[in-house]
Design a protein. Structure first.
Length: 243
């Protein structure tokens, strides 16, 4: 199976000399098409840095990051921005919707940025998938947190991205809303063939993934296939003991 995203020996050092902090140390990982991966690890283990490097939001100090064979580390800032807009979806803990725009306008914003014509049928399909057909004309402030995150997921999916990165997408949600959001991410993988990589602290959230990668001190120290919440929690407790 083809790998959509591949990191090879990615290192990231913040600062330099004695003050330098090694956030990632020669990390290698591949994400195949149509898979859902959770990234876990103690605070400061390098999860955010890993996601930022994998998504072309930050540049590694050394190593290679490819998106379907395109080397991101050698692209100019301009080309990287275009690539992110056209080929990558993002879902953050803070929903990052534009308050003055309606749900429909928020969802189609990435298409506008990417200079792609809005396919209304597709937009309506995506809104229906996330259960917001009736809310298309509402502003974010008129929606619950869970609905806002579902709008953010619709926005992330509307460009049919090759990979969707999530940074604690359920971190600000109640249990019921979190479960809906995780179900949508799972369906985007199973039904739409998307590839999802998500940072989470929550073993229950991680159990929705096919694979969990565990980071500690800037390295991938373990992984779990077909994880259960219990197995993830046990592994995390173990990592916590080392940290
Ligand atoms: P996590 O997401 O697992 O909490 P991070 O990737 O945020 O971990 O951080 C990994 C390490 O890199 C930590 O020691 C953190 O303090 C350091 N770090 C992260 N970002 C910066 C930065 N911009 N400048 C300096 N150090 C940073």
């Amino acid at each position: 199976m083809t790998e959509v995203v591949r990191l090879t020996a990615v290192s990231k050092v913040y600062g330099s000399g004695e003050q330098g902090v090694a956030a990632l140390r020669e990390v290698s990982a591949g994400f195949r098409k149509g898979t859902f991966t959770a990234v876990m690890g103690p605070s400061g283990s390098g999860k955010s840095t890993f996601l930022q490097c994998a998504a072309g939001l930050d540049r590694p100090t050394s190593g290679s990051v490819t998106l379907n064979g395109v080397e991101l580390t050698s692209l100019s800032e301009t080309k990287l921005t275009v690539l992110r807009r056209q080929r990558i979806g993002f879902v953050f803990q803070a929903f990052n919707l534009v308050p003055s725009l309606t749900v429909a306008q928020n969802v189609t914003l990435p298409l506008k940025y990417a200079g792609v014509r809005v396919d209304l049928a597709w937009m309506e399909h995506v809104l229906a998938r996330v259960g917001l057909s009736e809310r298309a004309g509402h502003r974010p402030s008129e929606l619950s947190g869970g609905q806002q995150q579902r709008a953010a997921i619709a926005r992330a999916l509307v460009t049919r991205p090759e990979v969707v990165f999530g940074d604690e997408p359920t971190g600000a949600l109640d249990t019921v809303s979190a479960r809906e959001v995780l179900r949508l991410l799972r369906e985007s993988v199973d039904d739409l063939g998307r590839t999802v990589v998500m940072i989470t602290h929550d073993p229950v959230a991680a159990a929705h993934a096919d694979t969990v990668l565990f980071l500690a001190d800037g390295r991938i120290v373990d992984h779990l296939q077909l994880p259960t919440a219990d197995a993830v929690a046990r592994r995390m407790a173990h990592l916590g003991a080392w940290a």
